[in-house]
Design a protein around this ligand. Structure first.
Ligand code: FPP
Length: 230
């Protein structure tokens, strides 16, 4: 693939852990666990490809409405996998960033997130953003509340972006959604205004390195026009 056609910023909606489990007659907990394992594999490939910004949708503000059992299972997986991801980040020069309302998480989870941010703050490679307790509308409302009344009249798109959790993160060039659903599910609504969207029927735990390359190859053939006629 030509160097200049590799996106600098990609985001993934990692969907389909449940359907993958159902298809393989596995408990849903195993679907989520295999999804976590797969995230480690894809993160390594993203780093290898020198993609500068990588953002994943790990847990949405709406995911709390799932059954207590499933939410507890996901939280246990975060407790297990966040330290593993931290280790991988430290070994691969990855800087970890969180988007989402991490302030409202319980103390233990919140501290874990801050620990990951602190320990990787001097890393200079891929910036890995984990959307955790994230909802795009929630992010926009939190952003608006940060703006001083006297600054409203001078607000423009660029300035507004700095109030979002993604401040400093390049808007995704490519948004990937696994598992076939054609919706955005309250993910990065502001930031994906001009992103190329790639939807695959493959379930997240089965989204292999080859599947990532298929998405990148499709992206390399897209002509981005940003509303103009070029
Ligand atoms: C959607 O599948 C997936 C989730 C709600 C969780 C995604 C999270 C991970 C893969 C792990 C992230 C881990 C870390 C450590 C950052 P689904 O259950 O909605 O699938 P379904 O639509 O087929 O039921």
């Amino acid at each position: 693939m030509e160097e200049e056609k590799i996106p600098q910023s990609i985001a993934i909606i990692m969907d389909g852990n449940g359907r993958y489990a159902k298809k393989n007659n596995l408990p849903i907990a195993i679907g989520h666990k295999n999804g976590c394992d797969n995230l480690e594999v894809i993160l390594e490939e993203v780093v290898r490809l020198h993609i500068k910004y990588f953002t994943v949708y790990a847990f949405s503000t709406e995911n709390w409405k799932r059954s207590k059992e499933e939410v507890n299972n996901l939280m246990s997986l975060f407790h297990i996998y966040m330290p593993r991801i931290l280790k991988k980040a430290l070994n691969n020069n990855v800087k970890i960033h969180f988007i989402g309302d991490i302030e409202s998480l319980d103390e233990e989870l919140k501290n874990m997130c801050y620990e990951m941010i602190n320990q990787t703050k001097n890393m200079t490679g891929t910036i890995f953003s984990i959307a955790f307790n994230y909802g795009s509308r929630n992010e926009i409302i939190r952003a608006i509340k940060k703006i001083k009344i006297e600054d409203i009249n001078n607000l423009d798109e660029e300035k507004f972006s700095t109030y979002l959790d993604t401040n400093g993160i390049k808007d995704p060039d490519l948004l990937i959604r696994t598992s076939g659903e054609c919706r955005l599910s309250n993910f990065l609504l502001w930031q994906i205004s001009y992103s190329e969207i790639y939807i695959t029927n493959v379930f997240w735990p089965e989204f292999s390195i080859d599947e990532l390359h298929k998405a990148l190859s499709q992206y390399s053939m897209r002509e981005r026009r940003y509303g103009t006629r070029v």
